[in-house]
Design a protein around this ligand. Structure first.
Ligand SMILES: O=C(O)[C@@H](CO)OP(=O)(O)O
Ligand SMILES: [Mn+2]
Ligand SMILES: [Mn+2]
Length: 507
């Protein structure tokens, strides 16, 4: 392979584009390296949200779909969209497995437990799906439906949980069934770091009714520091045991459509409830250890960049910190957990602070070292790395810390581009969805409140040619999407897009 055709694909997580302004942490940050790349190198903006990537129109992008589409080279109908379609066509209401489980509960007098994130953030879940499931349960005659409400405050503004709990109660009243049994912050219920104490606390509330006792769902929020960290709380209506515990012969249906953050809890519950003869279902397919039957299955994501690299015998090294490791491996490879013979997966581990505001640099120097080391290897055609800081720190909603995260990211990009220059590589930089470029959101009173969630903004794509390699004309093609990234990478490596790709090279 021509030396100059080797490269580095850098995903800057949460790197969206918006006009400069006080709420734009990226325009506020001093980012000399990235600014000069954008000024001097071919660059463009690409779509990373909504229909362009396989989401419902107007839906914010996220890391899963972002990395999947970057890898697949085509938009992929995402799980949320597939669920929505099934609701609209009536297929979910007619779902044979759901009907069978509901009929059994009706016949045996047992309860259905709905467990999921209660917001309309549309990254992990949508409260409208819960509404539909309440309707279906009611019309199937399920005698009791318990809702285990996970509060959000991350995909939607912090401080909004009370409104969503009220909404859930309204949906239940409309459907004529459903009561909130537990209220649990996503920090506990959706931990994905392997912290089994957090997961265990959520699990005991759901399964056994052990937690902070409150009289009404909203009371769980009283005096809490954020919606994310609402301690596992159990609604106790009388002096006796909480009514919503999971009993012998009950069924649990997880209502999140995205797997990564609910699977630790789902696995813990399946293990914990093994002796209780509980039927467990999930709305979409999960990557749990236990096989949980999904109501809606995934779209095929094969034929992407990983398959093409393998076909051409091109070695790639994937590098990211724990928070984004699956994204540059499993998701980029189309939710395929094989490590192909031509791949190396490097998970950067450092010490992770409980609150990223205190260390916006995260473990970035270690990521840069690993990228530099891989870039020096002649046998590696492509280095793929995710720089997580802008997104992960952006999620705290703390604009000052996010400015610092952006400045660390800029310095890292500078170091990586220097290493690329020394090793004769090109670099392609791209965001996977917006986040840090929009750190406030209007609130109901016409004011602005801090916002740490994702956005629908386009993301930058910047091409830094190798020192003696192919250079694109002045600009990259416009009107691209994340689906064009893999074809662009393949073109730079000297290959056409894969047959399954509908994206095109933007060179
Ligand atoms: O952290 C997460 O789970 C989501 C936001 O809920 O972000 P991302 O899609 O970037 O992983
Ligand atoms: Mn992301
Ligand atoms: Mn994110």
């Amino acid at each position: 392979m021509n030396l100059a055709s080797r490269g580095i694909l850098l995903v800057l997580d949460g790197w969206g584009h918006a006009p400069p302004g006080p709420a734009n942490a990226l325009s506020r940050a001093a980012m000399p390296d990235i600014d000069s790349l954008i000024a001097e190198r071919p660059s463009t903006l690409v779509q990373a949200s909504g229909e362009a990537v396989g989401l419902l129109p107007g839906t914010v992008g996220n890391s899963e779909i972002g990395h999947m589409v970057i890898g697949a080279g085509r938009p992929l109908p995402y799980d949320s969209l597939l669920v929505q379609r099934q609701i609209e066509t009536g297929a979910l209401a007619d779902h044979p497995l759901l009907n069978e489980v509901c009929a059994k509960l009706a016949a045996t007098g047992r309860a259905l437990h709905l467990v999921g994130l209660c917001s309309d953030g549309q990254i992990h879940a949508h409260v409208d799906h819960l509404r539909e499931l309440l309707r279906i349960a009611a019309s199937s005659g399920v005698p009791a439906v318990w809702i285990h409400a996970i509060t959000d405050g991350r995909d939607v503004g912090d401080g909004t949980a009370a409104g969503y709990l009220d909404l859930v109660e309204k949906f239940a009243a409309e459907a004529g069934t459903g009561r909130i049994a537990t209220v649990i912050g996503r920090g506990y219920a959706l931990d994905k770091s392997g912290d089994l104490e957090l997961t265990g606390a959520a699990m005991r509330a759901i399964a056994d009714g052990v937690g902070v006792g409150v009289a009404r769902a909203r009371d769980a929020l009283d005096g809490q520091r954020s919606d994310v960290w609402v301690p596992p709380s159990v609604i106790v209506e009388a002096e006796d045991t909480p009514p919503g515990v999971v009993g012998q012969g009950d069924a649990i249906l997880f209502t999140n459509f995205r797997s990564d953050r609910i699977q630790q809890l789902a696995d813990a519950l399946v293990t914990h409830l093994a002796a209780r003869d509980v039927t467990v279902l999930s709305l979409a397919r999960y990557d749990t250890r236990a096989a949980i039957p999904p109501l809606v299955d995934r779209a095929d994501a094969s034929g992407g960049l990983a398959d093409e690299l393998e076909r051409h015998g091109l070695r790639s090294v994937r590098i990211a910190e724990g928070e984004k490791f699956e994204h540059v491996t499993y998701y980029l490879n189309g939710r395929d957990d094989r490590v192909r013979a031509v791949e190396e997966h490097v998970r950067i581990t450092g010490d992770d602070p409980p609150d990223y505001r205190s260390r916006p640099e995260m473990n970035l120097p270690l990521v840069v070292d690993a990228v530099t080391e891989a870039a020096r290897r002649a046998d590696v055609a492509l280095v793929v790395a995710n720089l997580a800081n802008i997104d992960v720190v952006g999620h705290t909603g703390d604009a000052e810390a996010t400015v610092a995260a952006a400045e660390h990211t800029d310095a890292a990009v500078g170091r990586i581009c220097a290493a690329a220059g020394e090793t004769g590589r090109w670099v392609l930089l791209v965001g996977d969805h917006g986040n840090a470029e929009q750190m406030t959101r209007p609130d109901a009173d016409g004011g602005l409140r801090p916002y740490g969630g994702h956005t629908t903004n386009p993301v930058p794509l910047v091409y830094v040619p190798a020192p003696h390699g192919r250079s694109a004309g002045g600009e990259l093609k416009s009107e691209g999407t994340l689906a064009d990234v893999a074809p662009t990478v393949l073109a730079l490596l000297g290959h056409p897009p894969g047959a399954a790709m509908t994206g095109r090279s933007l060179l």
